[in-house]
Ligand binder design. Structure first.
Ligand SMILES: Cc1cc2nc3c(=O)[nH]c(=O)nc-3n(C[C@H](O)[C@H](O)[C@H](O)COP(=O)(O)O)c2cc1C
Length: 210
């Protein structure tokens, strides 16, 4: 089987928001899709080990904020590579509460859903949500998963549904990997003052890879 073909599936990049009681929680997900238009419904697939999963189950609501190509990449670093169990991920970003659920303002807009169905797989929970509110902030180019990989050079963490550890990429020179978010820097040398453009970690967080 050639698992490279799975990379030809198309996705966007979204912040999934929810609540743990009064606490705002959330994570990055590429797995969101519209299922029907009437009633408008969205499905997302969230790893059972992600804190956001149990919070959606308790709160029964979630939002997706649709990131665009100009959205601050640190949103992905924060929401995609750390856990709301440990930190307030919204601390450094503008957000608003819609139907009491947090949404990120540095995005094209949001959809807020009430969970109507839950399907468990071995690793992920598929939440089907009926849309209860939605709004568009700006009309920028939505960020695609391809853009995230090819332009931002971001990686998929193990809990993302699209994670693959067996794809061998063509190597184009020296490469350093951010050990926090997996971002790959390519070049002759890693600059002394280099900071990871995805998660903001300093040069010391990088390891040279073969
Ligand atoms: C580009 C990208 C796409 C991701 N897609 C998903 C996804 O669709 N579903 C999922 O459960 N996790 C996905 N993740 C991983 C979660 O965002 C990550 O495990 C996060 O740290 C979970 O945070 P939490 O513990 O606060 O829920 C993705 C991460 C990135 C960077």
């Amino acid at each position: 089987m050639n698992n490279k073909i799975l990379r030809d599936l198309s996705y966007g990049v979204y912040v999934v928001g929810s609540l743990d009681g009064d606490r705002k929680v959330g994570c990055i997900a590429n797995s969101a899709m519209q299922i029907t238009s009437s009633p408008a419904s969205i499905a997302i697939s969230i790893n059972r080990d992600n804190y956001t999963n149990e919070c959606i189950k308790q709160c029964n609501k979630f939002s997706i904020s649709i990131l665009n190509e100009d959205s601050n990449p640190n949103i992905i670093g924060t929401f995609g590579f750390s856990s709301s169990k440990d930190i307030d991920k919204y601390k450094d970003f503008d957000y608003e509460l819609v139907e009491s659920i947090p949404v990120i303002k540095d995005s094209n807009g949001y959809v807020v859903c009430e969970v109507t169905n839950v399907l468990e797989t071995e690793t992920h929970t598929i939440f089907l949500g009926k849309v209860i509110e939605m709004n568009k902030y700006v009309d920028k180019v939505p960020m695609t998963y391809k853009y995230y990989h090819e332009v931002l050079k971001g990686s998929s963490p193990k809990k993302a549904p699209t994670y693959q550890d067996t794809i061998i990429e063509e190597i184009k020179g020296n490469r350093w990997k951010c050990m926090i978010c997996g971002y790959i820097y390519e070049g002759d040398e890693l600059p002394l003052d280099y900071v990871c453009p995805i998660c903001g970690q300093p040069r010391e967080a990088f390891e040279k890879i073969d």
